[in-house]
Design a protein around this ligand. Structure first.
Ligand code: SF4
Length: 381
């Protein structure tokens, strides 16, 4: 432990809710309570931060008075205090060197841990959502016997042409305590029996050009029942945006979202509307919990599987099937995803993101990166 020699020296520390990233001689300090940041490339400040982050220093570095009086350090400390992100403490106010608990990601990586499932009482507890694609070939009886074994906290997405869903399957979803979301195109919307509508919600996709007769029909069906519904407008261009806006305004659509779709020919549209700027990244505040989650898993995919009508199971349909429900157990399928899958544990660890201070502030890599073939969809690097 460092001895206290000069009574005008200080202990330097940052607050436990501040995330620090130092990459390529630049530092980013991110206040997870309000999203406020400090960025610096001043060598003396970087050195001080590096000292503070060394494990042996327990989040506190000695800041000698002479060092404190240097312009870059003095200005940095002033900004740090102004933004409630850190502080300096006169060494004479403490008997020894204080300790600060800093946020530190120390969760063992599931994959590196060699898939130690013995730690989990029930593998199925990892599941949060099952996406079930249905068509006329769906074997309802076999599917139901599998779904019956699911924990009660698992939700269901039923995807496809709803005319293909058998009465047995509707009845199963209706009796199961978990919520079920019907995901279909607007021209496939069907009216649910009033006795089972309480358990369902709709997510209705709309591609352009829109068949207005079908649009009005589906809207009427949705408005005539009590289940909540949301429209997802599939957007490939500015023209699609304008058409979506017209439908939203003309028909008083309250719940909707715009889903950009990459066609292979609309990269300019993506660069303008989807690629992130620094301002986009910093526009929402991110909790410490979110920052840690992004370092260990792809939050949007983790816990979700997709079952196709032929029984094939995917963690993400853009990657190879993990198995088939008619020949493998879900235990085997989930084990495979954890051991060698490419979806649940996908994190933003590729170049250039692994050499960027925004690495864990940016959203996890999505299917857009895969489709476009670029690891970073941003204007930053
Ligand atoms: S390079 Fe990667 S981490 Fe950095 S801003 Fe772009 S997408 Fe985010």
């Amino acid at each position: 432990m460092e001895s206290i020699k000069n009574p005008t020296d200080f202990w330097f520390t940052i607050e436990p809710y501040v995330f620090v990233s130092i990459v390529d001689k630049c530092a980013l300090l991110y206040n997870t309570l309000d999203g406020v940041t400090i960025e610096t490339d001043k060598p003396e400040v970087i050195e001080l931060l590096n000292e503070m982050l060394q494990e042996r220093n327990c989040g506190v570095a000695l800041l000698e008075n002479e060092r404190y009086s240097k312009a870059d350090i003095y200005t940095f400390i002033g900004e740090l205090r102004e933004k409630y992100m850190g502080d300096i403490i006169d060494v004479t106010l403490s008997k020894g060197k204080p300790v600060q608990l800093l946020p530190y990601f120390n969760y063992p990586n599931m994959r590196n841990r060699k898939v130690d499932f013995s730690a989990l009482k029930n593998m199925l507890d990892m599941l949060s959502c099952i996406r079930i694609h249905v068509d006329d070939s769906t074997d309802s009886a076999k599917l139901i016997s599998l779904l019956q074994t699911m924990p009660e906290n698992v939700s269901f997405d039923v995807i496809g042409n709803m005319e293909s869903v058998s009465n047995e399957l509707w009845s199963f979803f209706n009796q199961h305590p978990s919520p079920a979301t019907i995901i279909c195109a607007y021209y496939n919307v069907i009216a649910l029996d009033t006795s089972c509508s309480h358990n369902f919600s709709y997510r209705v996709s709309v591609k352009f050009p829109v068949d207005m007769i079908q649009w009005k029909r589906s809207l009427q069906i949705l408005k005539n029942q009590t289940s909540p519904f949301e429209f997802v407008f599939e957007i490939t261009s500015d023209a699609d945006c304008q058409q979506a806006e017209q439908l939203i305004n003309n028909y008083g659509i309250e719940n909707y979202c715009l889903n950009p779709v990459y066609t292979g020919k609309n990269i300019a549209f993506f660069e303008e509307h989807v690629f992130l700027t620094k301002e986009d990244i910093l526009s929402t505040s991110i909790s410490i919990k979110d920052l840690f989650a992004k370092q260990s898993m792809y939050v949007s995919d983790f816990g979700k599987i997709t079952i196709m009508p032929n029984g094939n199971v995917y963690a993400n349909v853009n990657y190879p099937a993990l198995g088939n429900i008619y020949s493998s157990s879900l235990y085997e399928i989930i084990s495979k995803e954890i051991a060698e899958g490419q979806s649940w544990l996908r994190i933003r660890n590729q170049f250039p993101c692994n050499a960027c201070n925004y690495q864990w502030l940016c959203p996890s890599p999505s299917d857009y990166e895969t489709a476009i073939g670029r690891p970073n969809l941003c204007h930053v690097k």
